[in-house]
Design a protein around this ligand. Structure first.
Ligand SMILES: CC(C)(COP(=O)(O)OP(=O)(O)OC[C@H]1O[C@@H](n2cnc3c(N)ncnc32)[C@H](O)[C@@H]1OP(=O)(O)O)[C@@H](O)C(=O)NCCC(=O)NCCS
Length: 134
């Protein structure tokens, strides 16, 4: 299983990655924004750096955890000291993954759509330390 960098572009800028298994199958993808941002439904303070997703057919097999861990390794490599992610209230699976990767709750935001989002921050240490390498 590996992370394949599909490119970096945009104003922020944003790097796009695919999670690819040994057979070359794409299991999911992730976006890493070097500067936090969020969509217009949320206030700017809810800005976040990472979105990650596993294709429906491959969920529940540990790939989400693996994907976030690989992206955090990439964050470490780039040298960002911490990253933020937002997790919707109705997504306990992602909350579990993010907290397991060292995510600390730093804020709660009600979107204009009425949905509650929680903002988590993960501090990155050297490879092997706490913060996503578990
Ligand atoms: C969130 C998502 C990436 C998870 O991917 P996944 O491959 O199914 O996740 P994994 O199999 O690696 O891990 C699931 C973990 O959540 C746990 N989990 C599952 N359902 C849960 C629930 N209702 N409450 C708490 N934890 C739950 C599992 O037990 C497992 O943890 P464990 O290994 O410690 O037991 C996937 O559901 C997805 O792509 N969703 C749509 C996009 C999305 O929500 N992205 C995240 C944006 S913040």
């Amino acid at each position: 299983m590996k992370l394949v960098h599909r490119g970096t572009s945009g104003r922020l800028p944003t790097s796009n990655f695919d999670l690819v298994d040994d057979a070359g199958e794409v299991l999911g993808f992730a976006q890493l924004r070097l500067r936090p941002s969020c969509n217009a439904d949320l206030p700017p303070e809810a800005g976040n750096n990472i979105y990650y997703e596993i294709s429906e057919a491959y969920r529940g097999r540990g790939h989400g955890k693996a994907l976030l861990r690989l992206v955090l390794n990439e964050v470490r490599r780039i040298g960002l000291p911490h990253v933020r992610l937002t997790v919707k209230d109705d997504n306990p699976t992602s909350r579990h993954i993010v907290e397991g990767a060292g995510g600390i709750l730093v804020g709660e935001f009600m979107a204009r759509t009425g949905e509650l989002y929680r903002l988590f921050e993960i501090a990155l240490g050297p490879a092997g330390s706490a913060g996503g390498d578990r």
